[in-house]
Design a protein around this ligand. Sequence first.
Ligand code: AMP
Ligand code: MG
Length: 539
Amino acid sequence: MLRDPRPDTSRTTERPLSGLRFDNRYVRELPADAESGLRRRQVSGALFSRIEPTPVRAPRLLAHSPEVATLLGLTPDDIASPDFASVFGGNQLIEGMQPYAANYGGHQFGHWAGQLGDGRAISLGEVVNAAGERWELQLKGAGPTPYSRTADGRAVLRSSIREFLCSEAMHHLGVPTTRALSLVGTGEDVVRDMFYDGRARPEPGAVVCRVAPSFLRFGHFELPASRGDLAVLNRLIDFTIRRDFADIAAQGEVADEGLRARWFAEVCERTARMIAHWMRVGFVHGVMNTDNMSILGLTIDYGPYGWIDNFDADWTPNTTDAEGRRYRYGHQPQIAHWNLTRLANALLPVFSSEAPLVEGLERYAAAYDAAEREHVAAKLGLLACGDRDLDLEYELYGLMQESETDMTVFFRSLSDVNPAAPGLAPLAHAFYDPALRDRQAPRFEAWLARYGARVREDGSDPVVRRRGMNAANPRYVLRNYLAQQAIEQAEAGDTGEIERLLGIMRRPYDDQPGNERYAGLRPDWARQKAGCSMLSCSS
Ligand code: AMP
Ligand code: MG
């Protein structure tokens, strides 16, 4: 164990965090950029550039996820050691790490944007844990790379807290997502123009260590395809199937077109399941560009995301998207399909016809429909969701939209409605405007009457039904204002609220006596406040 806390000069030390075992297939099996160094450049014929994190002044561990630490085989002693903040702040590499920035492109807001790449993310390597699982470690905000273009490669504390907390909250909600190991304050300021109004100001900087089996994005495949580089595209597809889709790889030869078609269909299905979960819990990603779409169907790149408070299918948290609302809540299923179509187009040159890709896209629609029905049945407490039940759900959404109804509180409280005598009373606290609620009450009562009758048709066991509903309708979600409160306290030097939220979001489906205040409606002061209602991309 290393004891010397001096900023390292050697870069590689005598084995701190020795429980981490690396096996870096990405850099071993894929083509590397021949040039080294930071010069911003177009990188062709390669899927990554070797680059080290830029050390920071005073790395300090602000928060960590004990579950992710355990997953990786890290001990409480590892976390308490000064090496931990140093390594995950980007100041020190340990044996086995081979850092790199990935090269990928993407469609941003509907338009091809060319090469993007990891402009501020640096992967450290792939850990294989005791269970044989592969987990890639990636620092976000670790300094410039060849892909940083005109930006600084850093991240502010506020957006880092949001990414750290939300990726863990999503995991515990059962939504496929990248994870977060650590949040390290850098002791350095980062200058950002948060409101894009020309008033840039210094803010504290931070580095998050993200963890996922793979950080491959749709844009990884789009970039070589856009350049007609079929050699790189073929290598990447084979690599992805072999490393990240072992079940499919085991079915035959990875270069086989049938196998590749099965892989694409699997990507479509996973994406569908992820989006259906977002819709279930009221999550709006905010920037569903194809460079922010994971090939594993994981929620990735937490930027100006948000949670639905009052139900509004047209809501987007992203100020940059306020005009067109491309990435609004209700549009996410269609956008995912559009993004998959971009991926299909990128793959087309290595298929002999488009039929298998079209089939894959159809699988998206079928998988989304199936997942949505499963969630609707669970949310409403029905044994199964038929067509008329979907209509019932959509009618409810329409009513909620017109009535300033809190999505999370309403659905959670729905299990308190007695199907034998349905009424609005158990749901009365789910509304932001009591006068509006009272005006809309007859329409809700009519809906509830039909709902109660539908539940009675099933004749299901009330205890089992209630348990099922409460496992699909969270009590706690990371409401925008809650994260904002943790941010403001952390910026003032107190990380206690980060810890507290992490703890609460660990059990989102449980009633947690004493934590009721975290389950309530968004307070009025937060309605229009920056960070609580809308967010800019500045991060
Ligand atoms: P995002 O919208 O956050 O997914 O970012 C889009 C692209 O911009 C990616 O290539 C990022 O790596 C890059 N990027 C965003 N912020 C920064 C930054 N501060 N420094 C360098 N690159 C950045
Ligand atoms: Mg991104």
